[in-house]
Design a protein around this ligand. Sequence first.
Ligand code: BTN
Length: 347
Amino acid sequence: MLTKILEILSDGEFHSGEAIAQRLQTSRASICKYIKKLNQMGLEVNSLQGRGYRANKVFALLNKQKVLCALPKQYKEKLSAVEFYTIIDSTNHYLKTMVQSEITDNLPEAAQIYLKSSKPGYACFADYQTKGKGRRGRTWYTSFANSICFSVVWRINSSPMALNGLSLIVGVELAKALVDLGIKDIGLKWPNDLYWQGKKLGGILIEVIGEDAGPCYVIAGVGLNLVSNKQFAQSIDQPWTDINQALNANEQSDTELLIQNRNQIASILLQATCKALDEYQPDKFSAYRQAWQHYDCCYGRSIEIVSPDKKITGIMQGIDEFGRLLLETSEGIKTFSSGEVSLRIRT
Ligand code: BTN
């Protein structure tokens, strides 16, 4: 029902509660309830006496055909399925639960097929997440249809221990894709935050499930801000930006056009993520080190490394051949792995 209401409202025009109710064969009260829910999700729907409901802007729902149509064949062939949800708790959580399931009979058919298939990948997109997950237990906030949120699970025939630097490689491929979209000055903040002009544009959450002996499942979750929403900006505890602003800076962006191209952008980002996961060779991170350092926006800067029990300050000196951060401190160079810490730029 919610998806159908969204399809009606996506044109940004007025629609009376009665007309929507009639079209969807339900009551006006039920439509009113859904409209309230949409406002809570960050989609502003105005209601005007005598005219009805109108979304305060045009928006584009994610659409399977459009995303897949723009995806190169070589990745379509490697993905067992690509699922789309209007609302989900978290795309990472969904895929993680799927690959961890011991009883698979309750899973959707597509998931059951994937678990038995030789295809390595399975992807899941959502227009809205109720419990988006960020790194290190943080919440990932987004508002409805204003961002791109998806996760890809990939089966890799190696031990989880050999996956050094994989999350950094996903960042490199996404950064390249954003440059191709026309965004200049894309940066990576170790380990894999996407930055533009000192502000966070997006983040990547990598989760790995598997036995020491392998194989394992890598879940790469990608969240990118497309267009700002002030209501949600308040929930975010760090400077952030969006693709719209980054493109506008080069006078390349027409916000409405950008929104209409949401599916195409989603497809490009899916492709970049699949490329990283597909080409990754366990224990071969050193081959990517230079590419990552090209986008490093903290190199030579004064930073703070934060772990649950302490903070260490120093100068960022790039990464080593395993993707670990190198920090120059008063006691010499220290190395940090991404699982244990996060990085803050000192101003
Ligand atoms: C971070 O910067 O902390 C990582 C953010 C990752 C967010 C994405 S949105 C899609 C996927 N599903 C989630 O719950 N999280 C990731």
